[in-house]
Design a protein around this ligand. Structure first.
Ligand SMILES: Cc1cc2nc3c(=O)[nH]c(=O)nc-3n(C[C@H](O)[C@H](O)[C@H](O)COP(=O)(O)OP(=O)(O)OC[C@H]3O[C@@H](n4cnc5c(N)ncnc54)[C@H](O)[C@@H]3O)c2cc1C
Length: 381
């Protein structure tokens, strides 16, 4: 993304670029086949000082603003397997930022430090079989029993769900609706927790799971905040999560565009390069224009967010437009590769199917449109 990067950010970009080229890209096919990344990825990123970029320095984090996360994402996406950045973000951003923001000093010492050092892997568990977009409808219940909470219920589509050492879990501790929701940290070795890995259409290097809680006992001290205040916590995390998806989608789209342009120059049909046909010049011109627009919206969202300005409308627009652009770009750029763009062994084929989930997670396109409508006086009075 076009920005006035600082020297520190440029240095971080270079060391990440080298690391991704040498240690990630050569392994992504194996990681996709395994359905997960190795734990050493977390340790390596911690060693490079980029795993807990936004986490508090007093608990081992980098204390950096979101622009550093932009650099991290742009470089991770270059590995060509979107499951890799998804895994890292589900851990460092989605699961751990809430603990850092709302957890007790003891929880932060254990989980935020463990996360930043790459010793512990985190997951965020909010979605359920009957509560996805409608977070306030979640049913997994946590009942206080002495010094513990007893959890019963299930979660669905949880990134890092199988590999996680801790799950930042949304539970119902009060009555129906948003006011009865709390967040609690569930250790991965808790009795009464079972996990099942799900098979997906794409992002294969990202482990995604269904979680089952049956009489699962967790220390009451693992509650974030004071109880029944979890809905606001989840909402407070959404802006960062949506920006993560926006940046990832822009970088993903750029990678696909670069592949398609290269192919358009090298592949010949009917005696000329594909980019000799005006139809492909125009189609890729449209793709590039949309990518640039998505980047501009995303840049604006990040800038407002970093400066602490209200940005719900702008971030929703960025998330909506960037993720829809990645989907559109995937279709266009796979098409120019013909049969190759449909092959699992081919980078474009994999980028093509990896583009599908981004319009769903962290608030779907329909939910983004609803937020934009409400923020801009588009709802009939
Ligand atoms: C790969 C992947 C990883 C994920 N990782 C995580 C994770 O780590 N943690 C986690 O908690 N969750 C995770 N999720 C779950 C994700 O957040 C939900 O899938 C998402 O919120 C949508 O919920 P749902 O699937 O239940 O769909 P639903 O909410 O049932 O929606 C179904 C359809 O209806 C539309 N819809 C819903 N409400 C409205 C409305 N008001 N107006 C118009 N249309 C509407 C939706 O846009 C969608 O198209 C992940 C999902 C995927 C696919």
């Amino acid at each position: 993304m076009d920005w006035d990067w600082s020297e520190e950010q440029e240095l971080m970009r270079q060391s990440l670029r080298d690391y991704v080229r040498d240690k990630v890209t050569p392994n992504v096919l194996a990681w996709e086949a395994a359905g997960e990344v190795p734990r050493s990825l977390f340790a390596d990123l911690a060693e490079l000082g980029v795993l807990g970029l936004r986490l508090s320095p007093e608990y081992g984090g980098g204390g950096q603003d979101f622009w550093f996360t932009v650099v991290l994402l742009e470089e991770l996406v270059r590995c060509g397997s979107i499951g890799v950045p998804v895994t890292v973000m589900a851990h460092a951003e989605f699961a751990t930022m809430l603990i850092d923001r709302y957890g007790s000093p003891a929880l932060r010492e254990t989980y935020v430090r463990g996360a930043a050092e790459g010793r512990l892997i985190g997951a965020l568990g909010v979605s359920e079989p009957d509560a996805g977009s409608d977070v306030a409808a979640l049913r997994t219940r946590a009942v206080r029993d002495g010094d513990e909470y007893v959890i019963d219920g299930s979660k669905l589509y949880i990134s890092n769900g199988t590999i996680a050492d801790y799950i930042t879990l949304a539970v119902r501790t009060g009555g129906a609706g948003a006011h009865g929701v709390s967040m609690i940290v569930v250790p991965g070795d808790s009795r009464g927790l079972q996990r099942r890995r799900l098979r997906k259409l794409g992002t294969h290097a990202s482990d995604t799971a269904e979680l089952f809680f049956e009489n699962c006992r967790v220390p009451a001290a693992n509650l974030l905040g004071t109880g029944n205040d979890g809905f606001g916590m989840i909402m407070s995390g959404f802006e960062g999560e949506r920006l993560v998806l926006s940046v990832m989608a822009c970088s993903h789209a750029r990678l696909m565009f670069d592949e398609a342009r290269e192919w358009g120059h090298s592949r010949r049909a009917f005696g000329q390069a594909l980019l000799g046909f005006q139809v492909w010049q125009h189609r890729l011109a449209d793709v590039l224009t949309r990518i640039e627009a998505a980047e501009a919206l995303t840049r604006r969202g990040v800038d407002l967010y970093v400066r602490g300005r209200p940005a719900q409308s702008e971030i929703s627009m960025a998330k909506l437009f960037a993720t829809e652009t990645a989907r559109y770009t995937a279709t266009e750029c796979a098409q120019i590769q013909g049969g190759l763009g449909y092959m699992e062994e081919c980078l474009m084929g994999r980028l093509h199917r990896d583009a599908l989930a981004m319009t769903i997670g962290a608030g779907s396109s329909e939910i983004m449109r609803g937020l934009i409508a409400r923020a801009n006086n588009l709802v009939a009075r």
